[in-house]
Design a protein around this ligand. Structure first.
Ligand SMILES: Nc1nc2c(c(CN[C@H]3C=C[C@H](O)[C@@H]3O)cn2[C@@H]2O[C@H](COP(=O)(O)O)[C@@H](O)[C@H]2O)c(=O)[nH]1
Length: 344
């Protein structure tokens, strides 16, 4: 979430640790400069500065360059520009999007699988059988049945988790929302923030959070993308109408951070760059993973702010995200970080 909650919940750990480090180094250099050997200590200061760097950081110059290049208006990308999603302008579309975003994570372990297969596979399944995503049916799918639904010839990455999450969606929808995701959406009173809160309260699988240096960090990628998908699919009307859509941040996945790094907006430490280049995995919840994801959210918020300052245009993080994501998926050579995660 952006604005105050974002700063309070998400960025505090990063800024705090940076502030502490700056303070620490400040006192350190003050004491040292009081001594005679200024140059030796200056060297030491620089050296310490380098080893204390975070694995990911946001490069303001990179942001300025991107904003200058796009001249204040982001290239418009239509939601469903790929034509792969189910849409009938009614409650079944809401059910489809909720199921889609419950499973919208971690495609990369199978090099032939991507998001398009999931979106179009679920669309075909629904067109074939309109009751395929009824709450009682969702609670019964097995791994092989899900594979069959998606017409995927081998086990899906994290297949057991995908099945468990489908069951959870079916069970909680039935228990709290009369089996219908449209009731869930209706009960949020057209507030994107309330919908994210409601989804994460009732559906544990959407609680995308980590503990970073002792602070709880909430990124809520799939809960937020569900809101954005509703907004995009219904074109801001009906089930897609949210008066506070501006409170949604970018969706910290594995594509957009890679695009931001390529654009020079994110800078990785050479250690992290090496892990990504050599296709080594980063564990879920590790400091480098949280930094990379949180810096992506922060960078997009900064980009949005700079666009407003330079051009007076109020763009949404959701719009920036879709543009950056569409750039990323059109670039198959783009190397991204690899984390086995149910969150993105
Ligand atoms: N930040 C962000 N991440 C997004 C999306 C979407 C799809 N949004 C759809 C909605 C309307 C549009 O028309 C889009 O089709 C998927 N992902 C993430 O990408 C990764 C999959 O990548 P690959 O393995 O290459 O397919 C995986 O983490 C997945 O969760 C997005 O919009 N923003």
């Amino acid at each position: 979430m952006s604005g105050k909650p974002l700063r309070g919940l998400l960025l505090t750990p990063l800024t705090c640790s940076l502030t502490l480090r700056v303070y620490y180094l400040g006192s350190f250099i003050f004491v040292l400069l009081a001594n005679a050997c200024k140059f030796v200590f200056l060297f030491l200061f620089l050296f310490m500065g380098i080893i204390l760097l975070l694995d990911s950081r946001v490069n303001n110059a990179g942001i300025e360059k991107v904003v200058e290049n796009i001249q204040g208006s982001i290239p418009k990308v239509e939601w469903d520009y790929e034509g792969i999603h189910y849409f009938d302008n009614g409650p079944l579309s809401v059910q489809y999007l909720f199921v889609l975003d419950a499973l919208n994570f971690c495609f990369w372990p199978d090099k032939d699988l991507n998001y398009d297969h999931l979106a179009s596979g679920l669309k075909a399944a629904l067109q074939n059988d309109k009751s395929a995503f009824d709450a009682d049916r969702l609670q019964k799918y097995t791994g092989p049945e899900l594979r069959e639904l998606l017409k995927w010839p081998r086990p899906l990455p994290l297949e057991d988790e995908r099945v468990r999450l489908l069951h959870e969606v079916g069970f909680e929808l039935e228990r709290n929302f009369g089996g219908k995701a449209s009731n869930l959406v209706e009960s949020c009173g057209k507030s994107a923030a309330k919908l994210v809160a409601l989804v994460t309260r009732h559906f544990a699988g959407f609680r995308d959070h980590s503990v970073y240096k002792g602070h709880q960090v909430f990124l809520y990628k799939r809960a937020q993308i569900f809101v954005a998908d509703l907004w995009g699919a219904f074109k801001g009307q009906g089930y897609g109408e949210f008066y506070d859509i501006g409170s949604i941040t970018m969706f910290a996945d594995y594509v957009v951070p890679a695009v931001l790094e390529q654009l020079g907006v994110l800078k990785y430490s050479s250690r992290l760059a090496n892990i990504i280049e050599t296709n080594n995995e980063i564990s879920s919840g590790s400091e480098e993973e949280v930094e990379l994801r949180a810096c992506s959210v922060y960078a997009v918020e900064k980009m949005k702010e700079l666009i407003r300052i330079k051009s007076g245009k109020q763009v949404l993080s959701v719009e920036l995200d879709l543009w950056l994501w569409s750039v990323g998926v059109q670039c198959p050579a783009l190397q991204h970080h690899r984390t086995l995660s149910i969150y993105y």
